[in-house]
Design a protein. Structure first.
Length: 375
């Protein structure tokens, strides 16, 4: 049985679902001859870790208890009396996490980042140097300035990040296969936000933007402050990840990012309630006019990422009604990839592009994928 040690950073929706998938896949993994040995878990404040990272593991009942504790909104510290792990807090966490990474070379440790933090890049770059593998659901380490990015991707075979773009959809894997076969990619255009995909297809049906966004918020489709979706930054991060895979040496601040609301309605300027009740309705007419114009051209509007030789940008674009993007309804993600082999008809990847379950499944598949590196 191949023994693959795993350390998890971030124990929110995705991290907890990953632990549950690991536990529920035990018999499947046993048939495949693999055992995932979870040695530790940390969140923004605490670290729980086995005393001996080289041999011990947090057993399944403990992992499920971690999930229960975090789902209840309690702290990992409540597990200190379990007797099966050590608990660290404060500045000790970072030091201890780096120490765990130091064992990476001898153990083939997989460092899994399911946090939503920009701060993990420091630790990740250290553990890459120590010989660990890195698996990311977190986009932020891949959208740091180029110098740190170069370090993180310096051992490409030891890095997997399928879930950073399109959750569990095989976007990165497909793109990597195209790139490594020498097939030049001319253009990528995609709807990579389930929320903005939903919003754009609802406004296309004639509903006012303000009504659609308020409804999406009540249905739980948006972030608590919908401006986090409408600003386009999450899509921009995904676009940057794809563009960098194509070899473009870009930073977030070189990119054109169209926000669906003006600066004067931003989070620091206008309170959320004010934005939802008074701000949003002021945006209805403009978007309605753009939809009419697009329709007159035989097109529809989508909020997309667009990467080609000249551009890497995110915002509203007119796309043909009868394209995969034009036919998109609801919250699916769609990516169209054009290359020499997929010149007239693009390679199209479509499906659910968010959700803890599918995202964690993508992370788990990435972890399993790196086992071949360790005989
Ligand atoms: N959910 C999706 O559909 C989806 C899809 C694709 C990608 N992703 C990405 O997956 C990641 C996780 O998403 P989520 O929905 O699970 O987020 P979440 O529920 O907000 O959980 C984030 C977790 O990260 C922890 N954390 C914050 N700073 C940390 C640090 N410096 N070190 C270690 N842990 C830290 C938080 O700790 P506390 O518990 O102490 O706050 C929390 O446990 C995000 O980067 C997200 O963008 C999510």
């Amino acid at each position: 049985m191949k023994n693959l040690p795993v350390f998890l950073m971030g124990c929110g929706g995705v991290g907890r679902q990953l632990l549950q998938h690991i536990v529920s896949c035990r018999s499947l993994h046993a048939k495949q001859g693999v055992h995932l040995r979870v040695v530790g878990v940390c969140d923004s404040k605490y670290l729980v870790v086995v005393a001996d990272v080289l041999t011990a593991e947090l057993d399944d009942s403990f992992l499920l208890e971690v999930c229960r504790v975090k789902s209840n909104g309690s702290s990992l510290q409540t597990l200190a009396n379990s007797g099966v792990c050590q608990v660290f807090s404060g500045p000790e966490v970072l030091q201890k996490v780096v120490d765990i990474g130091r064992l990476g070379k001898s153990t083939g440790l997989a460092f899994v980042d399911c946090s939503a933090s920009a701060e993990t890049i420091g630790v990740l770059n250290q553990v890459v140097d120590f010989g660990c593998c890195v698996v990311l659901a977190n986009k932020k380490p891949l959208t740091v300035p180029m110098e740190d990015y170069d370090k993180l991707v310096s051992q490409p075979r030891r890095l997997r990040h399928e879930s950073t773009v399109g959750a569990g959809l095989p976007v990165i894997a497909s793109l990597n296969r195209i790139i490594s076969s020498g097939d030049p990619v001319y253009r990528i255009i995609g709807s990579l936000s389930g929320t903005l995909g939903y919003v754009m297809s609802e406004v296309e049906d004639g509903k006012p933007l303000s009504q659609v966004v308020n409804a999406a918020k009540s249905l739980g489709y948006t972030e608590p402050d919908p401006r986090d979706d409408l600003g386009g930054m999450d899509v921009a991060r995904k676009a940057l990840i794809l563009a960098r895979l194509l070899g473009r040496r870009l930073n977030l601040d070189n990119m054109k990012i169209e926000s669906l609301y003006p600066e004067e309605m931003g989070p620091g300027v206008m309170p959320l309630e004010d934005f939802l009740v008074n701000g949003l309705p002021l945006l209805d007419q403009k978007i309605e006019d753009r939809i009419k114009q697009a329709s007159a051209n035989g097109n529809v509007l989508r909020y997309v990422c667009l990467i080609d030789d000249a551009r890497c940008e995110v915002g509203i674009q007119e796309v043909p009604k009868d394209s995969a993007l034009g036919r998109l309804r609801g919250s699916d993600n769609v990516v169209e990839i054009y290359s020499r082999c997929y010149e007239k008809q693009p390679l199209v990847i479509q499906g659910a592009g968010a959700g803890n379950d599918t995202t964690a499944a993508g992370v788990l598949a990435d972890i399993l994928d790196i086992q071949d590196l360790f005989p």
